[in-house]
Design a protein around this ligand. Structure first.
Ligand code: HEM
Length: 498
């Protein structure tokens, strides 16, 4: 992988530099060790951020951190200045609300687009509050109602393609098609223009550089690469600094390509002079921009927000749908029970509209159980201890320490869930407070702003596919990989029209 190729170039200057900073690092380490040093963790993680970066690079960070918790206990050092706390009590401290809410750490600088922070990447409290106020216009209850027919129109295109696959009678990789679907839904909602992946049956998009050079890129691969890259270099500012010197790194190239894609969609939407009620229109209106004559700065800001929404809203939703559907069809008891509820609500028909589907408790429970068991968000989201330090789970953490609650470990904690490895939607109907421990959408002021839209999409897509098709799955095993989010690699399905 390119990032690590950098370290194998035999650069004498680099070696001398490393030898020089090594003793300095040792001194800093011992100073730090005295203040917060009795926290156990993997040996390498006490010394260097490379332990965490290596596991992020392998796409297995959540597993390595989980294994470290199993070995060392609830409070574990996963990098010299980063402590992971696998306790439900830590959730409200680390991701709490209000003025005392911990800020995001430098990890999020790796997600900055085009030099412009977005609602997701900003670390500044005031800037975030302002952006959140503006972006929330696009996710109000009224806005979401307006999105329903648009979502269903894209789903109709999706089922037309699935019907063709039924005729072929072969297994196909459903993860890819859910990605196409989610990208088309999101680009339609965001810019009033589907990127057209369903129509083409491909994620290839044409991109144009500012010098006019045209090329084709796989948009989904770009998202994967950009997320993976950010999840690695975000771990330490020095990694980001090194990466910034190498524009040829594939992660940097993917970031630029996505910026181009976002910018192209923004410019297209602005030049259309459309007054369509899409997310971009709502952002422009809330910001008070003149859509006919935006400044370069305004275009850069709209691009940063659009790229964020496109990535945050498509990849996550499609992966959650793919994983949940996989769990349903590989658990015959749940499959049968869910179908009984769906067929009952649809009066035996092979379709159900959102209004009728949204109130089926067992469907909600199934989606939550899919989110928990698969853990779309599997890593602990980084937060920074403020200048006066913080008390958490009976320990004091000094200013500047990064803290996180490992989402996978909490989702698989047997004290919380009893039988965490089982896919059992009923658990969400039995207890009332389990939702507190579902970290799929994050918590606190930085929790997912698109959560209701995500549920809306998951409900609409899952009911459509389950009612319309009989589904065969090739393998019970769900192979996954982690970039920033945790995603299924493939789910091979065969469909038959009911
Ligand atoms: C199942 C689907 C989804 C999952 C699992 C998910 C997960 C998350 C998580 C865990 C965060 C917090 C990240 C952090 O603190 O680092 C987040 C934030 C965010 N999500 Fe989602 N998300 C989903 C769908 C969506 C959708 C559909 C959209 C919008 C179209 C969206 C937009 C955002 C934005 C803008 C933020 C940043 C919010 C802020 O910092 O104020 N997400 N999401």
């Amino acid at each position: 992988m390119p990032l690590f190729d950098m370290f194998s170039c035999g650069n004498i200057g680099g070696l001398a530099f490393l030898l020089g900073i090594f003793p300095a690092g040792l001194v800093l380490y011992f100073i730090h060790h005295r203040s917060n040093g009795n926290i156990p963790g993997p040996f390498l993680a006490r010394w260097t951020h490379l332990w965490l970066a290596y596991h992020a690079y392998r796409g297995r960070r959540y597993k390595a951190v989980h294994a470290a918790h199993q070995r060392y206990g609830t409070v574990v050092r996963i990098a010299p200045r980063h402590i992971s706390i696998a306790s439900p009590d830590a959730i409200s401290v680390i991701y709490g609300q209000g003025q005392k809410a911990l800020l995001k750490s430098t990890f999020y600088d790796a997600f900055v687009c085009n030099g412009k922070t977005s609602i997701f990447s900003t670390r500044d409290r005031q800037e975030h509050a302002m952006k959140r106020r503006i972006v929330s216009h696009a996710f109000s209850t009224t806005a979401l109602q307006q999105f329903i027919p648009l979502i269903y129109s894209t789903i109709k295109q999706f089922t037309a393609r699935m019907d063709e696959l039924c005729d072929k009678g072969e297994y196909f990789d459903a993860v890819l098609w859910f990605n196409y679907l989610a990208f088309d839904i999101l680009s339609d909602l965001a810019f009033g223009d589907r990127i057209g992946m369903l129509e083409r049956g491909s994620d290839i998009v044409a991109l144009q550089r500012s010098d006019g050079f045209l090329r084709n890129e796989n948009a989904i691969a770009l998202v994967d690469e950009r997320e993976h890259f950010a999840a690695i270099v975000g771990i330490h500012p020095v990694f980001q600094w090194i990466a910034s010197a190498f524009p040829c790194l594939s992660g940097r190239k993917a970031t630029s390509a996505l910026e181009e894609l976002g910018r192209r969609q923004v410019l297209k939407r602005l030049s259309s002079r459309s007054n369509r009620n899409d997310i971009l229109g709502k952002l422009i209106e809330a910001r008070g921009y003149d859509a006919r004559d935006p400044t370069a700065d305004e275009i850069a800001e709209l691009t940063a927000e659009s790229v964020t929404l496109l990535i945050a809203g498509s990849d996550t939703t499609s992966n959650s749908i793919a994983a949940t559907l996989h769990f349903v069809v590989t658990h015959p008891r749940v499959y049968k029970k869910l179908m009984e509820f769906l067929l009952d609500a649809s009066n035996g028909r092979n379709s159900l509209n959102y209004e009728d589907a949204k109130d089926i408790p067992y469907l909600h429970a199934t989606i939550n159980e899919g989110l928990r068991l698969h853990s779309t968000t599997a890593i602990g989201l980084h937060r920074l201890v403020p200048s006066d330090g913080i008390l958490c789970c009976g320990r004091y953490f000094p200013s500047g320490t990064e803290l996180s609650v490992p989402a996978w470990t909490i989702s698989h904690d047997s004290e919380l869930w009893g039988d965490p490895e089982n896919f059992r939607p009923e658990r969400w109907l039995e207890a009332t407070d389990t939702r507190r421990y579902l970290l799929a959408f994050g918590k606190g002021p930085r929790a997912c702003i698109g959560q209701n839209l995500a549920y809306m999409e998951m409900i609409s897509v899952l009911t459509t596919i389950l009612l319309r098709y009989e589904i065969d799955v090739k393998s019970d095993k769900l192979e996954t990989i982690e970039g920033f989010m945790h995603k299924p690699l493939h789910t091979w399905l065969k469909l038959r029209l009911r």
